[in-house]
Design a protein around this ligand. Structure first.
Ligand code: DHB
Ligand code: FE
Length: 286
């Protein structure tokens, strides 16, 4: 049975890739952001997950506006990236676990989440940047199941629907017969807007509300409409949908172990959190 050990969420701003390539992590601009990952690395060294289920949004590398699934699940044994034009190095491929992916896909469809199955899937900066932050080094020592959520072209799924998607993924993981330690990752956010007259918009108060409520009251946040979410967090701040799905997949008692919030990285309110997931299974194992 797979054990969901916890969750991590982080911003995926592409310029982070440039900072890593140029080794600027400890420079004055970047240090307040990167120092938030010391905790993540120490926690992972203790928790030792085998696999990461990653909720993210594709920005036009694998899907484009002509065909953009609301929810898509990778079912490959390897995920490549490609140059997206950000001027950052292309990441090495990341290993997948097609058997677990197919288990999740079967369980999700049986649970009435009719996801798109992708036996080939390019991963963009919304996967590669968080992976490089969470598992630094040239190659990641972990397998992934990437789950795409449309945060790009309206109509977007609601916060409530993404919470339920996460909950369905959590149930599906716990019905997997193999002993795996799983960490759930959500990427993007928090508040930011890259386009239009509000470009550069950041909303510190709303971000604080999201960070506070996500731990024990995700249902309160789930009542916010997509249009209000855009208003409060910006056109790209809706990437918080990925965080909501991550939270949904944590099936046990959830507590916050770590939070880092820093304004701005590029145009974005940069946030990183680590959540513990205390399940009955973990309690028995302890
Ligand atoms: C930025 C943020 C994003 O979420 C993204 O996908 C691209 C760029 C930014 O702030 O620069
Ligand atoms: Fe983004």
């Amino acid at each position: 049975m797979a054990m969901i050990v916890g969750g991590i969420a982080t911003t995926h701003v592409p310029s982070i890739g440039k900072a890593i390539a140029e080794q600027k992590q400890r420079g004055p601009y970047w240090q307040p952001f990167f120092k938030g990952f010391d905790y993540v690395h120490n926690w992972l060294a203790r928790i030792r997950p085998d696999i990461a289920v990653v909720f993210y949004n594709d920005h036009g590398l694998n899907f484009f506006l002509d065909k953009l699934p609301t929810f898509a699940v990778g079912a490959a044994n390897e995920y490549r990236s490609e140059d997206e034009g950000w001027g950052i190095p292309v990441s090495r491929p990341i290993a997948g676990d097609a058997a677990l992916s197919w288990h999740l896909i079967n369980a999700l469809v049986a649970d009435e989440f009719d996801v798109t199955t992708c036996q080939e899937m390019l991963i963009d900066h919304a996967v590669t940047i968080p992976m490089a932050l969470i598992w630094p080094g040239p190659a990641q020592p972990i397998k992934i199941v990437p789950i795409e959520i449309n945060t790009v072209q309206h109509p977007l799924p609601s916060l409530s629907r993404c919470l339920k998607l996460g909950q369905a993924v959590g149930r599906a993981l716990e019905s997997y017969q193999h002993n795996l330690r799983v960490v759930i990752v959500g990427t993007g956010g928090l508040s930011h807007q890259l386009d239009g007259t509000r470009a550069g918009f950041i909303n510190k108060e709303f971000d604080a509300l999201c960070l506070d409520k996500l731990i024990a009251e995700p249902e309160t946040l789930a009542r916010i409409s997509i249009h209000d979410l855009v208003k409060q967090s910006g056109t790209q701040g809706v990437e918080f949908l990925n965080w909501m799905a991550m939270r949904g997949a944590l099936t046990g008692r959830v507590s916050e172990l770590h939070r880092n919030y820093h304004i701005p990285i590029s145009n974005t309110a940069a946030a990183t959190v680590v959540y513990n997931n205390q399940t009955d299974l973990q309690q028995k194992a302890a």
